[in-house]
Ligand binder design. Structure first.
Ligand SMILES: [Zn+2]
Length: 277
């Protein structure tokens, strides 16, 4: 990584001539150039030591390549990861293209900048696979630290993620104590790499603000996913008198409601999408 960064800063490109367990030799991309670096692995250590280094280029460095071979997404991901360590998740590929051009004179395509961003986010947040592994302990801790919280995680037969559900204890308590018994339910697409759909149940408080009650992440809006969500919602809020549901015209919602909330009333509207957003 050090050498990749060095090459980016000095505006040259190298290629690996030999790469083995104990040795790593690189030369300039220009075959006639004398620039070279040779590193060998130290005994009893994973560190490599530079043993030979000819740092002068005998080639012309004036020729700027359209795309720098050392500007690979994994490296740029490391360079820009700090941008995401604050709250700035809005560092967009277009800005990466611009910044790389200004800082390193490297011109990259939008698609490549997008891959760099994916790498940077993976370094910070971990991969979707590693997040999935943390999900059971996350949900467990949510219940431990937030009394009354109801969570649920459903896997398929092969141990892969299927559904999860979460309703915070304070949300349930507030809904049953202060909020009028009207629940708006709807789903919206998740636009991350793994896709899926977010199902929500929410009410409205006395200030006419959205009051979140429960969430689920499911594969898509279908009979099974709505059945799952409304069953878990029933377990979370229990029996509520004069309960009214507001939903779009998704038939899965109506059939699941008759099953788990047979005494509730259902109002259809086209505008739940605006409410949920
Ligand atoms: Zn050279």
């Amino acid at each position: 990584m050090k050498l990749h960064l060095y090459a980016l800063k000095k505006n040259f490109e190298f290629k690996v001539k030999k790469s083995a367990k104990n040795i790593w030799c690189t030369v300039c991309v220009d075959d006639k150039c004398k620039w070279r670096l040779r590193a060998t692995k130290l005994v009893n250590s994973n560190m490599f030591e530079v043993r030979k280094f000819f740092g002068e280029h005998t080639c012309s460095l004036d020729v700027r390549h359209k795309d720098h071979r050392q500007a690979s997404p994994w490296l740029i991901g490391h360079v820009i990861r700090r941008k995401f360590e604050g709250d700035d998740v809005n560092y967009k590929p277009r800005s990466i293209v611009k910044d790389m051009s200004l800082s390193y004179g490297v011109h990259m395509s939008y698609a490549k900048a997008w891959r760099c961003r994916e790498h940077a986010l993976a370094y910070i947040r971990g991969t979707p696979e590693s997040s999935f592994q943390k999900l059971p302990s996350f949900l467990y801790m949510m219940e431990q630290k937030n009394p009354g919280t109801v969570t649920h995680l459903q896997m398929d037969n092969e141990g892969r993620f299927k559904y999860c559900f979460m309703a915070l204890g304070v949300s349930i308590m507030g809904f049953k104590t202060y909020i009028r018994p009207v629940i708006c339910v709807d789903g919206t697409f998740l636009t991350t790499r793994c896709g899926g759909t977010l199902l929500c149940a929410m009410g409205q408080d006395a200030n006419k603000q959205i009051y979140p009650i429960a969430f689920s992440v499911v594969d898509s809006e279908n009979n099974d996913s709505w059945l799952y969500f409304l069953l878990r919602l029933k377990e979370a809020i229990g029996e509520v008198e004069n309960l009214v549901f507001v939903s779009d015209r998704h038939t899965s919602i109506a059939s699941a409601l008759t099953k788990f909330f047979p005494d509730s009333h259902l109002i259809h509207t086209q505008f739940t999408h605006n409410l949920i957003r």
